[in-house]
Design a protein around this ligand. Structure first.
Ligand code: GDP
Ligand code: MG
Length: 448
């Protein structure tokens, strides 16, 4: 399966000391094969591999991660991006009832999902009402009735009045159900539809009519994750005709190959909103791309290692920094430069500070940090680089002539050097006073 294939690709990288063009190429080849064999759409694979390669080749070597871990991290990030970073939101109509149209092939799980969705809505404080317009199979309507009963949800049964199954009957039932919802204050109407074994014209026409009639807020395509590429193709067909608003992937509890999940989003451009993980009404959850990717990669252990490595990289540095600063033992210009480098890497001083408590003496650090203009990093670093090691450790000796030299050497001005030294002095002073504070020392001993 995909998991094993990808792990093999990663294993080859594991022995390598550094990321080179060659071993990246090699890994990409293996990842490509793994994805294709997992039934991921060819175009999706192409795009993914391009992105992953670009990122891997351009990647700065993270000391905390080995090359293989780094590629895993890139693959993970790209897969998450492919699936749509965030959990998609469910849309409600400004004017109730919100109508949700369930679409999909027979056996994909529409009726089951209708019940699950109703249970989920109920839990969220909504009042759903269900209707089945699958008038072609009496058993299908009976099935929804049983499902509704099991979750104690209201169902609009209607009266077929011996009418011939067909789109006229479908429209009448849908209309009546909506009226029922309006009249009795149900805020959501979930319409379970008939499926077919294959996409056909009759089915599509009926779905289009329902869409026109009900103006649904959500048209959810229910796809069986086990059917892989077939699910992707039918999703595409349904999307072309109906304009889907989201996808529900069912049977994720089985050993689906994962390819469908990866492709469906890309092919339809619509987010996967929920997944079904079993036959019971509560085996249903909003789709979280990051969790699914962990699952697809099937390497929870390695992924958490990657996450830990990322976390310790930041944490260790910020702890060192805090220790030094808090104990007041000499915060030099070299430390200042290290700090700037760290900031550059992490994106912002705030992310370092977030790891520290923001109470007591630490509160002052937030303020000090805000005084560092982050866009000035490069210049600040250049200025410190232009100092001699002796100057960096003894800022007091940096006289007027030395300032001029530093400015010239770093392509900056004397004013900027002055400003840098002022900022540094301010920070050093603050750290020193914090170091004397009993609270800070206590916190250190308490093991931050
Ligand atoms: P419909 O024809 O699209 O309405 O599909 P159904 O709702 O009748 O579901 C078809 C079969 O799939 C039933 O046996 C369901 O119990 C089963 N099923 C639906 N969703 C899931 C799921 O998430 N996991 C598992 N294991 N089975 C599911
Ligand atoms: Mg059904």
């Amino acid at each position: 399966n995909l998991t094993e294939k990808l792990q093999r690709a990663f294993k080859h990288l594991r022995g390598q000391g550094t990321l080179t063009e060659e071993n990246i190429q090699e890994a990409m080849r293996e990842i490509r094969v793994a994805l294709l064999e997992a039934d991921v759409n060819l175009n999706v694979v192409k795009e993914l591999i391009d992105h992953i390669r670009d990122k891997a080749v351009g990647a700065e070597v993270m000391t905390a991660l080995s090359p293989s871990e780094q590629v895993i991290k890139i693959v993970r990030d790209e897969l998450i991006a492919l699936l749509g970073k965030d959990t998609a939101r469910f849309k409600f109509a400004p004017q109730p009832p919100t109508v949700i149209l369930m679409a999909g092939l027979q056996g994909s799980g529409k009726t089951t999902t209708t019940g699950k969705l109703a249970a989920w809505l109920k839990k969220g404080g909504h009042r759903p009402i269900l209707v089945s317009v699958d008038v072609y199979r009496p058993a299908a309507r009976e099935q929804l009735k049983v499902v509704a009963k099991s979750i104690d949800a209201k169902i609009y049964e209607g009266d077929l009045k011996g009418e011939q199954p067909g789109s006229k009957l479908v429209e009448r039932l849908a209309n009546e159900a909506r009226r029922e919802a309006r009249n009795f204050g149900f805020d959501t109407l979930i319409v379970d539809t008939a499926g077919r074994l294959h996409v056909d014209e009759e089915l599509m026409t009926e779905m289009e009519q329902l869409k026109k009639l009900l103006n649904p807020q959500e048209i959810l395509f229910v796809a069986d994750a086990m059917t892989g590429q077939d699910a992707v193709n039918s999703a595409q067909d349904f999307h072309k005709r109906l304009g889907l608003t989201g996808v529900v992937l069912t049977k994720m509890d089985g050993d689906a190959r994962g390819g469908a999940a990866l492709s469906i989003r890309h092919v339809t451009g619509q987010p996967i909103k929920f997944i079904g993980t079993g036959e019971k009404p509560d085996a249903f959850e909003p789709f979280h791309p990051d969790r699914i990717v962990g699952r697809i990669l099937g390497m929870g252990d390695i992924l958490s290692l990657v996450e830990k490595a990322e976390a310790t990289l930041d944490k260790k540095k910020s702890e060192e920094f805090a220790k030094k600063a808090l104990l007041g033992d000499g915060f030099t210009l070299e430390d200042f430069r290290d700090q700037l480098k760290q900031i550059k890497k992490l994106g912002s001083m705030e992310s370092i500070l977030k790891m520290l408590p923001s109470v007591g003496p630490f509160a002052g650090m937030q303020q000090a940090a805000s005084q560092v203009d982050e866009k000035q990093f490069v210049r600040l670093e250049a200025m410190i680089n232009s100092m001699t090691p002796h100057e960096r450790r003894n800022h007091d000796i940096i006289s007027g002539s030395r300032r001029k030299r530093i400015a010239a050497g770093s392509g900056t001005s004397v004013q900027e050097v002055n400003q840098l030294l002022r900022q540094y002095a301010q920070m050093a002073k603050m750290f020193k006073s914090m170091g004397k504070g009993g609270l800070a020392k206590q916190m250190m001993r308490g093991g931050m």
